[in-house]
Design a binder for this molecule. Structure first.
Ligand code: C6P
Length: 410
């Protein structure tokens, strides 16, 4: 192996206390491990500045507020939003999507209106729209992809109608790893008079995502998939759209003035952040963003591309392995979902676990997609820039032992 790459591996790996050479952690699309600097930033927050933010007038509360609001500014800058008023902290991408699913749809959809989603959506970008359709009388429609995961412009245009009010689509599929042309589809949706929601859960951690360049109205993502802690997520929304929405949750801090019978709402973004916020989580997310910027997109993308190619090309040499989606590694963005002839995906994952390889098996919270692809369940390996060629070698060696372990020898 190239000495520079080995040095780079060592530099990166030493920041992640949980990663060891004996275990190949390849479930990075589910959640990634956390670097030391994120753990330290959160500990420092709780040791030195914890108080209930946005309320107190005393020093500690002001420090907690400053830490929380500076995390918001870090997120704003990371996705190039115009203003921190457009950045709402939530628990995760799921809550971000539900926020729109309640608060926007309640006043903007009427019976017969259409919501368009793709067949490859994660349940978090599917069930909120099923529920919104049931509440409002709107109709949920799907645009399909081909077996490689590609959605053509033709198919997208054909699925839009004059009744389409909302289009919701993931940028990167958590099963196929393919990347949808969000900028192009958002522009078409806007010409059609629809609002465009982008699920960035699997793209924001792996590639630059610029909300102005993409032209999306909403972007949802989770902190825990981008080296931050669990329990903090983000909803970006265009200011004029957020201003035209009622709150999702009601209670402390989201109000301006309350009487016995009524209330008025706080300004953005606080109108959408009811109750005590997750300041420690926001601080951790801020540290994670700083960390990713320190590593840099060039390094993140170079390493993830290299490992995806290195892994996929070796898997493609094994005739009993079938990879879902495109046969080109460039279209996988670190996500390789596969089937092994003769072995149930759960057995694959269990056998790999016995050899210290961590992968995910099941429907990956995308059951309509799996049905469309003709599979009930699959196994998925997913890569982060902190993985190494040794992790992939470990995985491939273990993969070759799965069928013999099940008594399949031919
Ligand atoms: N996918 C996976 O293993 P949360 O759970 O809210 O942080 O993220 C939800 C979500 C939304 N959209 C996409 C495209 C996703 O992949 C996920 C989470 C994980 O694939 C956990 S199910």
């Amino acid at each position: 192996m190239n000495a520079d790459l080995q040095r780079e591996d060592e530099e990166i790996r030493k920041e992640f206390p949980i990663l060891t050479p004996d275990e190949a952690y390849l479930d990075n699309s589910a959640t990634v491990q956390k670097p030391q600097c994120v753990l330290e930033a959160m500990e420092k927050y709780y040791r030195e500045m914890n108080a209930n933010p946005l309320r107190g007038l005393y020093g500690l509360s002001v420090k907690a507020t400053d830490a929380y609001e500076s995390a918001r500014e870090a997120v704003r800058s990371f996705i190039n939003a115009d203003s921190t008023e457009e950045i709402i902290f939530t628990r995760n991408a799921t809550e971000s999507l539900n926020l729109i699913g309640y608060a926007w749809t309640a006043d903007h959809l009427k019976p017969g209106d259409e919501i368009l989603i793709s067949i490859m959506e994660h349940h978090s970008n599917l069930i909120p729209w099923q529920q919104a359709a049931a509440r409002t009388g709107a109709v949920l429609k799907y645009v399909e992809c081909d077996k490689s995961g590609s959605i053509s412009e033709e198919a997208f245009r054909a699925a839009l109608t004059p009744k389409t009010r909302l289009v919701c689509m993931t940028e990167v599929s958590n099963v196929l790893g393919c990347k949808n042309p969000i900028r192009q589809f958002a522009a078409i949706a806007h010409k059609n008079g629809a609002v465009f929601v982008c699920d960035g859960a699997q793209s924001v951690p792996h590639m630059p995502v610029d909300v102005k360049d993409l032209g999306v109205d909403f972007l949802a993502f989770s902190g825990h998939k981008m080296y931050g802690p669990m329990g903090i997520g983000v909803l970006y929304g265009k200011k004029e759209i957020l201003e035209d929405m009622n709150p999702f949750l009601f209670g402390g801090e989201m109000i301006e003035y309350v009487t016995r019978d009524s209330a008025t709402w706080n300004e953005l973004p606080h109108k959408f952040e009811a109750g005590t916020v997750n300041a420690g989580g926001a601080v951790g997310l801020h540290a994670a963003i700083d960390y990713m910027q320190r590593i840099g997109w060039d390094t993140i993308i170079r390493r993830e591309d290299h490992l995806t190619q290195y892994c996929m090309e070796q898997m493609q040499e094994l005739p009993y392995i079938h990879i879902l989606g495109s046969d080109r590694w460039e279209n996988h963005h670190g996500i390789i979902t596969f089937l092994i002839d003769g072995v149930h995906p759960h057995d694959v994952a269990t056998i790999l676990d016995s050899m210290h390889v961590d992968v995910r098996a099941g429907h990956h919270c995308a059951q309509p997609l799996l049905k469309f692809m003709g599979a009930m369940s699959t196994t998925r390996a997913s890569i982060s820039f902190y993985n190494t060629e040794q992790d992939i070698d470990h995985f491939i060696d273990a993969l070759k032992k799965v069928r013999p372990e099940m008594g399949i020898t031919e």
